[in-house]
Design a protein around this ligand. Structure first.
Ligand code: DGL
Length: 271
């Protein structure tokens, strides 16, 4: 089916998931929407996140998407059940894939999770992990300073190193975790720094690969794959400052030069 796949996030972070979708599903066209104007979602109330997410979804439904990927942990935690119930297209979040990837990686059953305040408060990761294995020991930490850093395009350097080091200190002290879930799609952009702080003995997991794998499986089961084999031109939209968004998107896609995309501004707020 030639219709596009819709991908949403509060900002640029979901582009890490979009990139993996492009890699694993090169025949599919993506329409990505980042609500950069209202980012971060992490400190917002559940009601606000639900309203903003529905506004993003309505924008993409008008573009006739055949499947929705919620490339945002906060939005997944607060809206996935509602979206699955109300939409008649398949909906894929990032939390269950992230949990599955961590369970695959851990040996000592000690798992750490870092995410936004909203994701950590929701308890969605411990729930997803313990549903698969109730014996796991799970510790979660909110990192509210990470998303503003990434949205500014600051992934490296002294400022980023100091923020990452001081934020992760309570998680790293006295902790036997052998696996750490990056429970926010913005965090893979800080992965080299995070890895340095937690050490080589800890496997650092982002959910993008597993999310793309699940998307691929669902497309096959529902017979929704694009069989046309055309080179796709992905559409990328942002609700906020286009200059910063363009700069960060270009940086994220710098190793995906074979992909073609357009970047435009979107207005999605309802009166
Ligand atoms: N990238 C998002 C997440 O995975 C949201 C970050 C935010 O807006 O606070 O949670």
């Amino acid at each position: 089916m030639e219709k596009p796949i819709g991908v949403i996030d509060s900002g640029v972070g979901g582009l890490t998931v979009a990139l993996e979708l492009m890699r694993q599903l090169p025949r599919e066209k993506l329409i990505y929407l980042g609500d950069t104007k209202r980012c971060p979602y992490g400190p917002r109330t559940k009601e606000e996140v639900q309203q903003f997410t529905w506004e993003m979804v309505d924008f993409l439904l008008e573009k006739e998407i055949k499947l929705l990927v919620i490339a945002c942990n906060t939005a997944t935690a607060y809206t996935i059940d509602d979206l699955k119930e109300k939409l008649d297209i398949p909906v894929i979040g990032v939390i269950n894939p992230g949990a599955r990837a961590a369970i695959k990686a851990t040996i000592n059953q000690e798992i750490g999770i870092i995410g936004t305040e909203g994701t950590v408060k929701s308890g969605a990761y411990p729930d997803a992990l313990k549903q698969i294995n109730p014996e796991l020991h799970v510790q979660a930490l909110a990192c509210p300073l990470f998303v503003p850093l990434v949205e500014k395009g600051v992934f490296t350097g002294e400022e980023a190193r100091m923020v990452v080091e001081s934020t992760l200190e309570p998680l790293v002290e006295d902790n036997d975790m052998d696996t750490l879930i990056l429970g926010c799609t913005h965090y893979p952009l800080l992965k080299p720094l995070i890895k340095k702080v937690v050490g080589d003995q800890v496997a650092v997991i982002s959910s993008s690969e597993e999310t793309a794998r699940e998307t691929s499986a669902v497309l096959e089961i529902k017979q929704l794959q694009n069989k046309s084999g055309l080179q796709q031109v992905h559409e990328i939209y942002s609700t906020g400052d286009m200059e910063i968004f363009n700069r960060i998107a270009t940086k994220i896609f710098q190793n995906a030069i074979h992909q073609q995309f357009t970047i435009k501004r979107a207005v999605i707020e309802k009166e």
